[in-house]
Design a protein around this ligand. Structure first.
Ligand code: C2E
Ligand code: MG
Ligand code: MG
Length: 513
């Protein structure tokens, strides 16, 4: 008996919690076993032994461990346990060079289901989804509830990426069957899944990040129930070039070295300027002036978009305030928000703070979100927009017509401006369908008290056509290209001065207050 001998040789009390005793019927139970030496002349000549049945305590401890590593709703491993599994798998594969895949799966529009049917129904749905996922996996695959409506899966020992794709295809098919909730409601759920596979030098966090990025891309397809494999070239930032570009972009943001150009927005009937859209530019030390298309994606994936967006917002607000001070007219400035920015819980607070710091009138700021961002979670969009509108800022739906939403959705959001995507004005003079669509959007916008702005007007003919359709506002290369704040100031001065002069005449003639 170890503890007794240890107690006697060391002269101290020794307790063992892992001793298992056997009952006469053969069943076992845990005891806490304490051995205290009996000393005489500094020598142990015996020991007092105390045994305590700790079956209950052991059960409680096991339960605690379970709680710490499992999700109580679905019974699946939680994030912590998943990360442990992944660590182990990566350590093993560093020796065996096996290929593993990490899948990141997120329930599409879960919040809508949760909000409309209640939390209880939401919980039931998650349990049903968890069961179906479990059923479509092999016993050795690790499925975990990563948080909320996010699940992660670890597939070990694959031969190729195709193996992971096959699993995901099966899983998505399994999930797309209707679920009947206890209250009789039938729900058809779907998930978006991102797939990342192990590779040389990829850490646990890289894999999770890659799978998350791929999941984002899958969601970005806008239809739900899609998957995407992380593609290092298209989405990755692991290549030397991307790492370099990311570092340079980070520095440019920190040094406030990004440029903001402004593209004026015009009234179609009289050609006056009503404001301008802020469009970010990056003058890269070696590559020259870069358009957003070449770095917004990188900024999104690296998380730099938040800092970038704040810089642009700040510049734009200062600019709008300067215009107001110079021209005495509250010209509007439009700022594009990225999907990540729009998902930030503290978005409204940040905007409020910038408004206060820059002293711009809130009504001068117009925030643009794209149609697909708005449609991702309709309920959430509505509540974020209501909150933003309470600050007094205006809101625009950008690139309208490129998402997959019905025209009617427009009426669901409290928006001030609809920007009709430039694909519609292209060939509007010869394509009666495009013309009809633009006309319908203009009418609908008008009916709900929203202003339509047609983007991408490149010719005089297009502008005339829009004028005939009764289009209120337009933006495009034919009217003015995006350009530096200084040049736009000049355009505004030209466009506004005659108006101010005529206004002065009217005032002088006593026709206006
Ligand atoms: P967008 O918000 O739809 O901006 C309009 C884009 O159309 C701009 O491209 C503008 O230069 C271009 N454009 C304007 N008129 C015409 C025209 O007549 N013909 C053609 N072909 N194009 C025209 P740009 O500046 O390259 O920006 C592209 C996109 O990048 C923007 O699309 C916007 O989604 C995004 N972006 C720009 N700045 C920011 C920013 O600060 N933050 C975020 N999150 N996104 C930005
Ligand atoms: Mg825009
Ligand atoms: Mg647009």
């Amino acid at each position: 008996l170890g503890p007794i001998q240890r107690a006697m040789t060391t002269g101290t009390t020794v307790t063992s919690y892992d001793t298992r005793f056997e009952r006469t019927d053969g069943s076992q139970f845990f005891v806490a076993f304490t051995a205290s030496p009996m000393m005489s002349d500094g020598q142990a000549n015996g020991a007092v032994l105390v045994f305590r049945d700790i079956t209950e305590r052991k059960a409680f401890e096991e339960q605690l461990t379970r709680h710490a590593f499992h999700d109580s709703l679905t019974g699946l491993p939680n994030r912590r346990l998943f990360l442990d599994h992944l660590d182990h798998a990566l350590r093993r594969s560093s020796r065996s060079h096996e290929m593993h895949a990490v899948l990141f799966a997120d329930v599409d529009r879960f919040k809508v289901i949760n909000d409309s049917l209640g939390h209880h129904a939401g919980d039931r749905l998650l349990v049903a989804i968890a069961e179906r996922m479990r059923a479509s996996l092999r016993p050795g695959d690790v499925l975990a509830r990563f948080g909320g409506d996010e699940f992660t899966i670890l597939l070990e020992g694959l031969c190729s990426t195709e193996d992971a794709v096959a699993v995901v295809t099966r899983l998505l098919a399994e999930i797309s069957r209707p679920v009947t909730l206890p209250d009789g409601h039938e729900v058809v759920a779907s998930m978006s899944v991102g797939i990342a596979v192990t590779g040389p030098g990829k850490s646990r966090d890289d894999l999770l990040h890659d799978a998350d990025v791929a999941m984002y891309r899958a969601k970005g397809k806008g239809r739900g129930g899609q998957y995407e494999v992380f593609d290092a070239l298209a989405m990755g930032n692991r290549s030397a070039e991307r790492i370099e570009l990311e570092a340079a972009l980070r520095k440019a943001i920190e040094d406030d070295a990004l440029d903001v150009h402004y593209q004026p927005v015009f009234r179609v009937d009289d050609g006056t300027i009503v404001g301008a859209e802020a469009l970010v530019r990056w003058s890269h030390p070696e590559r020259g002036l870069l358009a957003p298309a070449s770095f917004i994606g990188l900024a999104e994936e690296s998380g730099l978009i938040i800092a970038l967006g704040n810089r642009v917002l700040e510049h734009a607000c200062r600019q709008a305030r300067a215009w107001f001070e110079e021209f005495g007219v509250p010209l509007s400035v439009a700022v594009n928000l990225s999907a990540r920015q729009f998902q930030q819980p503290a978005l409204a607070e940040q905007i409020e703070e910038v408004l206060q710091r820059t002293g711009v009138r809130p009504s001068q700021l117009c925030l643009e979100i794209t149609e697909s961002m708005a449609m991702d979670d309709i309920e959430r969009t509505r509540s974020v927009l209501v909150r933003l509108k309470s600050l007094g800022v205006r809101v625009a739906i950008d690139d309208f017509g490129t998402g997959h939403s019905a025209l009617g959705y427009l009426t669901q959001f409290p928006v001030d401006v609809v920007k009709v995507d430039r694909t519609f004005v292209d060939q509007v003079e010869t394509d009666p369908v495009k013309s009809a669509i633009i006309s319908a959007v203009i009418r609908l916008a008008e009916a709900i008290g929203t202003t339509a702005v047609v983007e991408g007007v490149e010719t005089e003919g297009q502008l005339e056509h829009l004028r005939a359709l009764g289009c209120p506002q337009a933006q495009g290369y034919f009217l003015a290209r995006p350009q530096s704040a200084e040049r736009v100031r000049g355009l505004m001065a030209d466009a506004l001065t005659p108006d101010i002069a005529s206004l002065a005449q009217q005032v002088a003639a006593g026709r206006r207050r």
